[in-house]
Design a protein around this ligand. Structure first.
Ligand SMILES: *[C@@H]1O[C@H](CO)[C@@H](O)[C@H](O)[C@H]1NC(C)=O
Ligand SMILES: *[C@@H]1O[C@H](CO)[C@@H](O)[C@H](O)[C@H]1NC(C)=O
Ligand SMILES: *[C@@H]1O[C@H](CO)[C@@H](O)[C@H](O)[C@H]1NC(C)=O
Ligand SMILES: *[C@@H]1O[C@H](CO)[C@@H](O)[C@H](O)[C@H]1NC(C)=O
Ligand SMILES: *[C@@H]1O[C@H](CO)[C@@H](O)[C@H](O)[C@H]1NC(C)=O
Ligand SMILES: *[C@@H]1O[C@H](CO)[C@@H](O)[C@H](O)[C@H]1NC(C)=O
Ligand SMILES: *[C@@H]1O[C@H](CO)[C@@H](O)[C@H](O)[C@H]1NC(C)=O
Ligand SMILES: *[C@@H]1O[C@H](CO)[C@@H](O)[C@H](O)[C@H]1NC(C)=O
Ligand SMILES: *[C@@H]1O[C@H](CO)[C@@H](O)[C@H](O)[C@H]1NC(C)=O
Length: 889
């Protein structure tokens, strides 16, 4: 039998090489061996010369020519020119590797090519003109590289292009007119480039365009009507450009248009009433333009509308009561317009509303007492209006609120003590610049997560209640310009506040005021003024410095991305210049007892050495840094800064400081930061045992330590506990994966990358969708539709990690078959007639009856977590309980 196979094999090789000699063709086998010598592809057989069986290779029916080559995500680098000798290639995927240098012009010789994906590499230089010879090309993806220059006109011959993606490069010039002549074009993305000029006014007129994403360029002119002409558009993203003119009335042709994001442009005119015809609309974002007129009540017909963001325009009139019909609305953002009138009662019917932002308008009604009927409200932002009347007592029913902004209105009455019921309140409570009187309710002291409290500029009287010492998370406080009297309670956040936070009251005394309480009846006026002015000067200098630093950070981080790309090109030079230690602009260690042990200069130095590099994550590169004190740190260098971050930069350091206080043994907290030149470094503890991904997937290969089931269960439980705590403090993790779970010396798991959720906000504008969706294989299915990472989405990603732990398989693996990931593979087991035992890692489940039983129970939990319906997934807290129960039984 073996002999026969061998003969057959020789025969096949013999025949094919003969026919190749006859036909004068290049022998693909020889080419593949050369490619392997150049690229060293993992899994390409040294012993097995039957190349059609090598990973990522598909041959034609005659088994003589390679027709598909998939080398994605293999961390390859090297010269890819040789691939152009595989003349029969129809599909070539080199995405997510480390290829750099120019795209070989000889790729233009792959005349059979239908699919070419070179995305997520570091290819530079121009797009080769020779690619215009790929007449059969239907899918072209060059996104996420470092390509420069213009889109070459030769590509106009690619008449069959269906999907054309060139986003996140450094391309300039304009979008050529011929793009609009491509009769099959459905998907076109060119976001995050330096494109200028107008979008061709024929784009979408001859092809059924479904997705157009051009955000973050310098495009101008009007939004072409043509893109709506055939009515097939589903996603339109033009955020952050210089588009002017109106929103075309023809937008109403596109019933299936689900996402419109055209904020940060120079658009004028009104919102066409035809928007009501766009029945599939879920996401409508036009903030920061010059739009005007009324908010059209036709939005009420878009029953799937989830987000409506009209902020910072010139809209007038009232909120149309009909918007109350929008049962799916989660965010209504109308800030920075000239809207007036009441908050209509009908709006209270929007049961899913999570964010209501009416700030900075002219609303002149009262706050409806039933406001908390919207029981999911997390953000209620009503500041800078002319709202009258009292704050309703019922406000205490908004138990999910994270932020309550009511500053700069005409509110009267006293502060309802029920505010103390809003135990989730944590970002801010701001009641400043109103006409509130009466005492400060001691119940405020129950707000133990609140970071910022501002009640300044009212007529509040009485003492500052000592009960406010219960506000354990407080960082910022402002009691100034009221009628408060008596001693400032001794409470670290109060004494650390600038004394300006207490100024302008009737008779406050004690620290931090330079006005001791015993002097209250006999003030030494002269001395007092002396010290006050001295302190004012210090405070002014201090705040000036703070402004300077935050402005510097904004500017520097803005430049960071470009510089980093330059730096990576000239990495050699940077290494050579490492002796010139860069100057640190800002830096801090948040943890008091580590201040001595950490030398920020040594931190910077460590990140300049390539040999200290530990790994490259989705958002950052991580280095190991050994301090002179012997302490070992893990230092994260932020990369590929998203443009959204820039707008929130001044908050970054404060957020880091806050996160550093999050106390849970299963979370990796930041312990400090350094900013030098255009680089931001975040400091963390170094964990000896690497990541969970390494433990599960690398150790099995090298047959090193393989974690047993009890260890795995305790890791799974620890990760769940860390995430449950994050959800408890209303933080959604943006990138849960086994690669982001670190293990300490005792294999205790710690969830990392928690900062990212605070530094990147997917709901805000321009973040490219893929950049915030998390890691491949862990992204919940609903994300494609909602574009929001949610708590149930986190549960899904956690479920994937739990499946990895149970099966010792990767979340995405070719073995599962085309389009099947770990989740689908596991859920599909019953229909394939496989028992759960065949899914579990048999090396563990066959060890003992007890282990097997526990693994089956954990598998049930994982199946619940990865349910395709978000509402059916358990809460993280429940997951912890279920896993703990398994352990106990
Ligand atoms: C290849 O062959 C060598 C010797 O013939 C053997 O030691 C090695 O294990 C083989 N490798 C694989 C991957 O089969
Ligand atoms: C190629 O792989 C298939 C399936 O794995 C196997 O049946 C076949 O024998 C292999 N052929 C050769 C020549 O190695
Ligand atoms: C396979 O080989 C035969 C004869 O050599 C040839 O006629 C046929 O076109 C080839 N088929 C493919 C798919 O290459
Ligand atoms: C890659 O290899 C080809 C020959 O196969 C050579 O012509 C080319 O210069 C090489 N490119 C680089 C960047 O080294
Ligand atoms: C493309 O193929 C032609 C022959 O078909 C050859 O002359 C030319 O050198 C190739 N181009 C490149 C850039 O390799
Ligand atoms: C690149 O685009 C193609 C379609 O042209 C798509 O199938 C592929 O998934 C994209 N690659 C990546 C890495 O997103
Ligand atoms: C696009 O198509 C139109 C109509 O067929 C033709 O007149 C025009 O020349 C084409 N433009 C380009 C740049 O190919
Ligand atoms: C609203 O969304 C649901 C769920 O995706 C979908 O089935 C339905 O068709 C959408 N409604 C409209 C009017 O598009
Ligand atoms: C609110 O303002 C509008 C426009 O200025 C005015 O017409 C209306 O009477 C005001 N309503 C109240 C209750 O003050």
């Amino acid at each position: 039998m073996m002999g026969f196979l061998c003969c057959l094999f020789l025969l096949v090789v013999g025949v094919s090489s003969k026919s190749q000699v006859v036909g004068g063709e290049v022998n693909d086998g020889a080419t593949l061996l050369s490619i392997n010598r150049e690229l060293d592809v993992p899994g390409w057989g040294v012993n097995n010369t039957y190349y059609c069986n090598w990973t990522g290779i598909h041959c034609d029916l005659n088994q003589s020519f390679v027709v598909r080559l998939d080398l994605s995500r293999l961390q390859l680098r090297g010269n890819v020119t040789l691939i152009s000798e595989l003349k029969a290639l129809r599909r070539l995927d080199l995405s997510s590797n480390n290829f750099y240098g120019p795209i070989p012009s000889s790729f233009g010789n792959l005349s059979e090519l239908e699919f070419l994906d070179l995305s997520l590499n570091k290819f530079g230089g121009f797009i080769p003109r020779e690619m215009g010879r790929l007449r059969n090309l239907r899918y072209l993806n060059l996104s996420n590289n470092m390509l420069v220059g213009e889109i070459p006109d030769e590509l106009k011959s690619l008449k069959k292009l269906d999907d054309f993606q060139i986003s996140t490069n450094k391309l300039n010039g304009s979008i050529p007119y011929w793009v609009g002549n491509l009769t099959n074009l459905r998907v076109f993305t060119a976001y995050e480039n330096q494109l200028v000029g107008e979008v061709p006014d024929n784009l979408g007129s001859v092809s059924e365009l479904t997705l157009l994403n051009l955000h973050s360029n310098q495009l101008e002119g009007s939004i072409p009507k043509s893109i709506f002409a055939l009515g097939k558009l589903e996603v339109l993203v033009l955020t952050q450009n210089k588009f002017s003119g109106d929103i075309p009335e023809s937008i109403g042709n596109c019933k299936g248009l689900s996402s419109v994001r055209i904020g940060n442009n120079d658009l004028v005119g009104v919102i066409p009433k035809a928007i009501g015809n766009v029945s599939g609309l879920t996401y409508f974002e036009v903030d920061n333009n010059h739009l005007s007129g009324d908010i059209v009540s036709e939005f009420a017909q878009c029953s799937n509308l989830t987000l409506l963001n009209l902020a910072s325009n010139g809209f007038t009139g009232v909120i149309p009561p009909a918007l109350g019909q929008l049962m799916n609305l989660q965010e209504l953002i109308l800030s920075g317009n000239s809207l007036f009138g009441d908050i209509p009662n009908s709006i209270l019917a929007c049961k899913n509303l999570n964010k209501l932002d009416l700030s900075n308008n002219r609303f002149n009604g009262t706050i409806p007492s039933e406001i908390c009927n919207m029981s999911r409200l997390q953000y209620l932002l009503l500041d800078q209006n002319s709202i009258k009347g009292e704050i309703p007592h019922e406000i205490g029913n908004c138990v999910k609120l994270l932020e309550l902004q009511m500053g700069s209105n005409y509110l009267t009455g006293s502060i309802p003590s029920e505010i103390g019921h809003i135990r989730n309140l944590q970002i801010a409570l701001n009641l400043s610049f109103n006409h509130l009187h009466g005492p400060l309710p001691p119940e405020l002291g129950k707000l133990d997560k609140l970071v910022s409290l501002d009640v300044s500029n009212n007529q509040l009287s009485g003492n500052i209640p000592p009960a406010l010492k219960g506000m354990l998370s407080l960082i910022e406080v402002n009691f100034s310009n009221n009628l408060l009297a008596g001693p400032v309670p001794s409470f670290v956040p109060f004494q650390k506040s600038p004394n300006s936070s207490f100024f302008g009251n009737k008779g406050l005394c004690g620290d931090p005021l330079s006005f001791p309480c015993e002097n209250i009846n006999n003030p030494d006026g002269k001395n007092y003024h002396h010290r006050v002015s001295y302190r004012i000067i210090l405070a002014v200098i201090g705040s000036g410095l703070a402004v300077f630093i935050s402005v510097t950070i904004v500017v520097l981080l803005f430049m960071m991305r470009e510089r980093q790309e330059k730096a990576s090109k000239t990495a050699g030079i940077v290494d050579g210049a490492a002796s010139n230690q860069p100057t640190i602009i800002a830096g801090n260690v948040f943890v008091e007892n580590l201040k001595q042990a950490i030398d920020l200069d040594a931190v910077v130095k460590a990140t300049l050495k390539e040999s200290n590099k530990l790994n490259c994550g989705t958002f950052s590169t991580v280095y190991k840094a050994i301090m002179p004190s012997g302490l070992i740190l893990s230092v994260k260098r932020l990369k590929s800064m998203d443009r959204t971050i820039i707008h929130h930069q001044s908050k970054m350091i404060r957020e880091l400081e806050r996160l550093s206080k999050l106390c849970h043994e299963n979370l990796v907290r930041p312990i400090g930061f350094v900013i030098y030149e255009d680089v931001a470094l975040l400091l963390h503890h170094y964990f000896l045992n690497g990541t969970l991904a390494q433990l599960l997937h690398e150790s099995t290969k090298q047959s090193e330590y393989r974690p047993d089931w009890p260890t795995r269960l305790s890791i799974a439980t620890g990760v769940a506990e860390g995430l449950a705590f994050l959800h408890h403090v209303a933080i959604i993790h943006l990138d849960i994966s086994s690669g982001n779970v670190l293990l300490d010396a005792d294999f205790k798991p710690l969830v990392g990358e928690i900062e990212i959720s605070k530094l990147l906000d997917p709901s805000k504008g321009t973040a490219s969708i893929s950049a915030v969706a998390g890691s491949f294989g862990y992204i919940p299915p609903e994300y494609a539709y909602t574009m929001q990472v949610t708590a149930p989405g986190n549960v899904y990603s956690y479920g994937v990690v739990l499946l990895e732990i149970l099966t010792t398989r990767l979340p995405v693996d070719e073995e599962f078959g085309e389009g099947v990931d770990l989740v689908k593979w596991v859920h599909g087991a019953p229909s394939r007639g496989e028992t759960p035992e065949q899914i579990l890692d048999a090396r563990l489940s066959t060890v003992s009856f007890g282990w097997r039983k526990e693994m089956l129970a954990a598998l049930k939990v994982a199946l619940l977590c990865t349910d395709s319906t978000p509402a059916k997934r358990p809460k993280m807290k429940k997951v912890v309980e279920m896993l703990q129960e398994i352990k106990q039984n």
